[in-house]
Design a protein around this ligand. Structure first.
Ligand code: PGA
Length: 253
């Protein structure tokens, strides 16, 4: 696991966008794994800037998002499909037919989940997976639990996630209690993973992710055994990182 510590959110967003743009420039028809939430918003803004400056071309790119709330239609302002269109897809030259977000309205959720994984495989797998991390250690909506799930599945959101995400809704009661999420097996199959975290409210979980034990109670900790993970954090999210920090390179190996 490679950890890059940058000064602030602005630098984090720029560094992440450059990594993604480089991946696309090296493989025009690459497959991106995308995330929603506050963390990647800045990265998507920077990607739009790079696109506007002619530095990246999304015309052959395919994307798969990690997750979607159950019961929210695509045109609901808090659905993740809506988020992706608003924050990225509407501003770049990606073919929206090549952008996939789980359908939280599917009548047959099990079939939707199986089809989603099959579709990722059909496209040759994910070249670079962007991840945020929940304060409780979730990635996608893989919540702390006794079990970890391999495949895309329907999950119950923990009270912590509902509380944290209620900031986007008018009231806590409106936050869906279930979501469709890629499983940890699917995430671990990505060829490269780029996990982003900023702010002091992520400091503790970043400490556990990088230096803690692998545990189903910290689902993100499984990433320690992935062969190509880069974690980009700002200084506030890095305060609990102690071991082997090479201050010069700002890299933890
Ligand atoms: P955030 O969410 O980017 O809004 O902090 C991250 C997550 O819950 O995975």
């Amino acid at each position: 696991m490679r950890v890059i510590i940058v000064k602030d959110y602005n630098e984090l967003s720029k560094a992440a966008a450059l990594e993604i743009a480089e991946t696309i420039n090296n493989k025009m028809d690459c497959v991106l794994g995308l995330a929603t939430g506050s963390t990647p918003e800045g990265t998507y803004k920077e990607l739009i800037n790079l696109y506007n400056d002619g530095k990246v071309d999304f015309s052959s790119v395919t994307s798969f998002n990690l997750d979607e709330y159950k019961g929210l239609p695509a045109d609901h302002p808090q659905s993740y499909r809506y988020f992706m269109n608003k924050n990225l897809f509407d501003h770049i030259n990606i073919n929206k037919n090549n952008t996939f977000v789980p359908n939280g309205m599917a009548a047959d959720i099990e079939a939707e989940c199986a089809d989603y994984d099959e579709n990722v495989a059909k496209h040759g797998g994910i070249d670079i997976q962007i991840l945020g991390i929940g304060q409780n250690g979730h990635i996608g909506f893989n919540e702390p639990s006794d079990f970890l799930y391999m495949n895309t599945h329907l999950t119950n959101l923990t009270q912590n996630t509902i509380d944290v995400n209620s900031r986007f809704f008018d009231s806590k009661d409106e936050v869906p209690t279930q979501a469709v999420t890629m499983g940890l097996g699917g995430i671990m199959k990505a060829k490269r993973i780029l996990l982003l975290a900023n702010g002091s409210n992520k400091a503790q979980i970043i400490g556990k992710l990088v230096e803690g034990k692998i545990s189903t109670n910290v689902p993100a900790s499984i990433l320690q055994v992935h062969r190509d993970v880069t974690v980009i954090v700002d200084e506030s999210a890095a305060v609990y990182l102690k071991k082997n920090i090479d201050k010069r390179l700002n890299i933890v190996e």
